[in-house]
Design a protein around this ligand. Sequence first.
Ligand code: TYM
Length: 323
Amino acid sequence: MRIFSGIQPTGVLHIGNYLGAVRRWVELQETAECLYCVVDYHALTSEASSPDELGGAWRGLVLDLMACGIDPDRAILFRQSDVPEHTELCWILSCVTSFGDLARMTQFKEKSRGQQFVNVGLFIYPVLQAADILLYLADHVPVGEDQLQHLELARRIARRFNGRYGEVFPEPEPLLGEGARIMSLADPERKMSKSAGPEHVVGLFDPEDEIRAKVRTAVTDTGLTPGQDMSPGVANLFRLLELVAPGEVVEAFKGDHAAGRLMYRDLKASLQEHLLTTLAPLRERRRELAVSVDVEAVLAGGAERARAIARAVIADARQCVGL
Ligand code: TYM
């Protein structure tokens, strides 16, 4: 089993990223060969990306990921732009990708809606993502739910390439965890997302009083729609609590909810405590790593190991297509 996953370097690492993906990455490195990639080429597709922000963001993210438990001696932790084979394979794969498929991508539609200038990078973003995964012949990809459509496309691209040129790429399967869909605390109808603005994300390494305030002010009473027995905001708080607190704590609050005596204030206070307890060791480690880790050296080691795999696969792909 070979695992690949990626994360964008800009914006803070938030509890959606952690509970939806990164926590799983840490578990998987115990049992599988794992590659984890800081996808800086992808970040360029954002019109808001600036050289100053991007130039330093990967450094912070590497420390964040190591604080979460990613061990660069076990997993291959590297930066996408250090392995130029990603963009080479992207081009080859773009020639077996349907324009119509790309035009149907939800993320492209959302990000391009209302924009005056839509860059082509944003349009072919999912092809680069497919190249990231297929370049390592990865068969499993731990991600949050928002990436499922891109993964389905990566499978289609692999199938089309294999059908036309011969079996080279396995069709990668998503690995979804319990926290695959964490919603914004400020607007529980939308996903917690870096691009939505700071009020919508709880950063893993944000000051403690900010984390407490975001949980305390989480929206709960948006009203029920028919068939719902919990508002989306309360359901999101329960989902988060399940991910950070012992089962009996969650059961007690669920009992209160069923009996109609749940106090949101108590639910939020419990979530604040259990969330901060879960994050405490990471936050502590982040402070230590900031002064002890040579990020450039970590990435150089990761890139060398990643390239050893990538070079062989790209050579194979080139030969198959007749280059
Ligand atoms: P990115 O950087 O937006 O997010 C990184 C990971 O965090 C997950 N995630 C969430 N999970 C649950 N709830 C949320 N609210 C939430 N927000 C984010 C994402 O699903 C993701 O797993 N396109 C990708 C990066 C990428 C990639 C790849 C991923 C590039 N190439 C190849 C896998 C394989 C992205 O923008 O993730």
